[in-house]
Design a protein around this ligand. Sequence first.
Ligand SMILES: *Cc1c(COP(=O)(O)O)cnc(C)c1O
Ligand code: SF4
Length: 342
Amino acid sequence: MIARSLAKWQGEDAQAEPWQGALRTVIRDGDELLKLLGLSPQALAIDRRQAFSLRVPRAFVARMRPATPDDPLLRQVLPLLAESTSQPGFGCDPLAEAEANKVPGLIHKFHGRVLLIVTGHCGIHCRYCFRRHFPYAARQASRADWSQAFDYIRRDASISEVILSGGDPLAVADRHLQWMVGQIEAIPQVSRLRIHSRLPVVIPQRITPALLSLLTDTRLQVSLVLHVNHAQELDDSVAAALKPLRHAGIALLNQTVLLAGINDDVEVLADLSERLFAIGVLPYYLHLLDHVQGAAHFEVAEQSVRALHEALLARLPGYLVPRFVREVAYAASKIPVGSVAP
Ligand SMILES: *Cc1c(COP(=O)(O)O)cnc(C)c1O
Ligand code: SF4
């Protein structure tokens, strides 16, 4: 049932667009991925039985360096045996989101904004994802359930911003997005619409003229928060895809997750901020890893976090230094971390 309605939202019953083709032809097999990169199956200890499966679009693989086992893009997606080591303090719902799930598909934790889980589906599976154990199937709102979510928003005059999240909200077909945006803009006190998506990065073809008009033909002020962890993810195709959004006045922001062995380095983070700005995106958050089971090997020690923050502040203009934050269950916002004043 859920699979069927998902397929429908993704437009698989309609004429497929190139981005939908790219979603269907993602790589799902670790050995195939290694082979494409010219790596032997023994090069890395792959976990072939992970419940949170390997999933990576070919356009993203094309940005990986061949024959490089520690490539920062490869490391974000390849399930390693290290994930099976359980670590004390790393659980399945580290942010207590299950509790903030007020009505199906809606998470209300912070004042003035709610997050809608548009779909559990993603274009890519990131190994460190804090939602990797989230019971999407059970929480997935049906189209009928959505009316409950919109009623919830309508009844709370303090809510002025709606965030489309997931999963990846841009993994659904335009006509479903169009319907959601229409419902949201019909709620008078909502003035801002925010989209949290990694698809414009991993499948830049997702930004079509139709999506652009969907996001501009609304009274809502729209922002798009991307998710990029390393400058190597940003090639010319991403830059070209984002340009019309920027020209249409959509605010472009980025969030990054701090990941050991991938971007826990001043040069790498400075490079990322500069490359983002060059293509019109401002660094927003740098998230410390959520303590989700299976991701402990990406953890960066607190002392190194402080040192990184200080070094970045000394290196870049203030507007290119992302806010270093941690998610804390039951807190009223993301919690700032990083260097303390000397
Ligand atoms: C991160 C998050 C938000 C957005 O927080 P901002 O500080 O506004 O970016 C909203 N709701 C939930 C549940 C979140 O996790
Ligand atoms: S795209 Fe976002 S939600 Fe999907 S797996 Fe990656 S981090 Fe998680």
